[in-house]
Design a protein around this ligand. Structure first.
Ligand SMILES: [Zn+2]
Length: 253
């Protein structure tokens, strides 16, 4: 048992009793962890509004030995997620984008496995989703691809998984989900159900891994490329989770 401090993003909340909640955080220092927040459901509870979904806060908690629930003792709000308010569904698409970020962090990371780069990716993605100048789609695709790369699940985008032929411009490839790679036309079999992806989209995916959420506007996608990149990411994510993310139905690319 030890007293710990962390900068943490609220990614999930589950009611525990009439007045308390179990809150799941993704933190800079510890990665993901859950803690019991006693009194969190009371109107004038001890944590005020610091524990709203997708808020970032400075927390103090008692880390229990494995098998026992950690106990939250303090939470001070650093910033709140403020989805854009611009027209044409902009606000909703950035709000749902935020929920999707939270679900992927919750489902694809392990407890107490520190990953500061994943934390920074999530914080910068939520900040970019809050800016009215940004479109949500490229930010969501960037988050998917960057998260897959950071947790070691991004498919090999450089060569065919079977024959090793380099990915070249102008050719068609297919995503081989279970092997975490791509297949060239010659190695693709008829009974293979993988999603097709053009070399242009593969090029975009490679570039995405080198940009941050702030510089993502440097990349120009066509609608078809966005769709292909998102499909490849969703196949890899679904394979890793063992199911389709439930917030995915609200995401429009
Ligand atoms: Zn091949």
């Amino acid at each position: 048992m030890s007293l710990e401090k962390a900068d943490a993003l609220v990614i999930r909340q589950v009611d525990f009793s009439e007045s308390s909640r179990v809150v799941t955080f993704f933190s800079l220092e510890f990665g993901k962890f859950a803690a019991l927040a006693k009194g969190a459901k009371r109107l004038k509870g001890p944590f005020d509004a610091a524990l709203d979904l997708l808020s970032t806060c400075r927390v103090v908690f008692i880390k229990k030995s494995s098998g026992t629930l950690n106990l939250l003792t303090e939470a001070r709000l650093i910033s709140r997620f403020q989805p854009q308010n611009s027209g044409a569904g902009g606000g909703l698409s950035s709000l749902y984008g935020g929920y999707y970020v939270a679900e992927l962090l919750s489902g694809l990371t392990e407890d107490f496995d520190p990953a500061p780069e994943v934390y920074n990716l999530a914080i910068s993605t939520l900040a970019a989703l809050s800016s009215p100048e940004n479109l949500s789609s490229p930010l969501i695709i960037h988050f998917e691809i960057s998260l897959l790369r950071l947790i070691g699940l991004l498919p090999n985008l450089f060569e065919c998984s079977v024959c090793g032929e380099a990915v070249q411009t102008g050719k068609k490839f297919a995503h081989w989900v279970s092997q975490g790679g791509v297949l060239c036309g010659a190695c693709r079999r008829e009974d293979f159900a993988g999603v097709s992806i053009s070399s242009g989209s593969i090029e975009i995916l490679r570039r995405l891994t080198q940009e941050s959420a702030e510089t993502i506007c440097n990349i120009e996608f066509t609608g078809k490329q966005s769709e292909e990149c998102h499909k490849l990411a969703v196949s890899a994510i679904t394979h890793a989770l063992g199911r389709r993310p439930s917030t995915l139905r609200y995401i429009q690319i």
